[in-house]
Design a protein around this ligand. Sequence first.
Ligand code: NAP
Length: 448
Amino acid sequence: MQHVLDAITAGATGDDIAALEIPESYRAAFVKRDDVGMFEGMESWDKDPRQSVHVDEVATPELAPDEVYLAVMASSINFNTVWTSIFEPLPTFGFLDRLARESEWAKRHALPYHVVGSDASGVVLRVGSAVRNWSPGDRVTVHCNYVDDQDPSAHDDSMLAANQRIWGFETNFGGLADLSVVKANQLMPKPSHLTWEEAAVNALCNSTSYRMLVSDNGARMKQGDSVLVWGATGGIGGYAVQYVLNGGGTPIGVVSSPERAAILRDMGCEAVIDRAAEGYQFWSDEHTQDESEWRRFGKKIRELTGEDPDIVFEHPGRSTMGASIFAVKRGGTVVTCAATSGYMVEFDNRHFWMKLKRLLSSHFANYAESWAANKLIDQGRIQPLLSDVYPLTEVGQATRAVQNNEAEGKIGVLCLAPEEGLGIDDPEKREAIGEAKITTFRRHARQR
Ligand code: NAP
């Protein structure tokens, strides 16, 4: 791929890029079908992605008519790569095999390896014969909603499509690689003021938070709402805090260290709860929740904002769902998209129904929502959460850091980009938005 990088670095025209040879193989991060049983009998946290994620050459797949070849300049680690690499809750090869049964083109996905990664920024190299809106040379980011546009169920809200998938998790040929194949309807313009790695970290988490809070499909946050955000300096939480602030609401950010509390204050979030310092024990043992701890948590929120939250932005799952349902205000909404600490959740239904609360599920975002969220990044109204950067060769290590909750915001991964800081197309715009604002998470990580 060196010739591709050289051409991009030299500012080659679209025609020049279209003429570049597509290599027969490319470097990618993947897990192996043969390794699926390697962690059997171990606790989740002992399952180490450094053992299961490999980085090596894989064969370039053929290009379907509705796809493009993308030279991936940078990508990012999402929690789904943690799940794929520890083969939990299910090995992802089952997803690939199911996809492979759908069509001739889909058969390409069932392989002995699964190339992971659900984010990317890069340059379009080739377009399939049915692609209309994109051309070689276009600088893009990629959202991960992988839909079959010939399925009628995909034509209202595509997240409701019967066979909706997440690219790089439920499909092969993901973004943690030097090359990827993506559907044309996953592409979005790269925000012109960002570096490759800053542009690569947003699409999955930013779009998810947009749908959860802002979209008609989500909690429909209003000006003046107070919103409790778990993991408020994490991937989705860090975007959620920004959406609350942008939308005229009051975020209450929950984090687990003074350093994370400092990041929140830097972002303009004044109501902060350090859950580690408070020592909440919502579960007194494996089977029992402690309502007095929910009350102590609720009291803390009231001390900070004077009221119960209108919305709770929920994703830790088992550890926190009981507290979230308890703490949200009468008639308020808990919106959830995940279960990092366990998916069998439990809450006291009396608090739920007697106070007419609502529990809303959400999952990634459709193309329109992703596009709207990307536009806000492009306008500098939402900032990237890049905190750390790893080379592609260290995807296993970077995944381990996310699994261990060691990093704030998002970890970027340099794929073809040889170093950090490249890819800014509009330095004046960057200056107008403000370097300090754009790099809040990176600055805090570097100070440590
Ligand atoms: P992340 O960057 O690792 O952040 C998660 C944050 O949650 C951590 O920073 C941590 O913050 C907090 N947390 C972890 N365990 C907790 C617990 N037991 N109790 C309270 N807080 C806890 O991950 P992410 O990218 O934000 O993703 C979060 C979850 O959402 C993951 O499970 C991911 O798979 C899922 N997700 C789902 C979608 C979707 O479309 N459905 C999209 C994106 C992500 P503190 O320790 O600072 O409190």
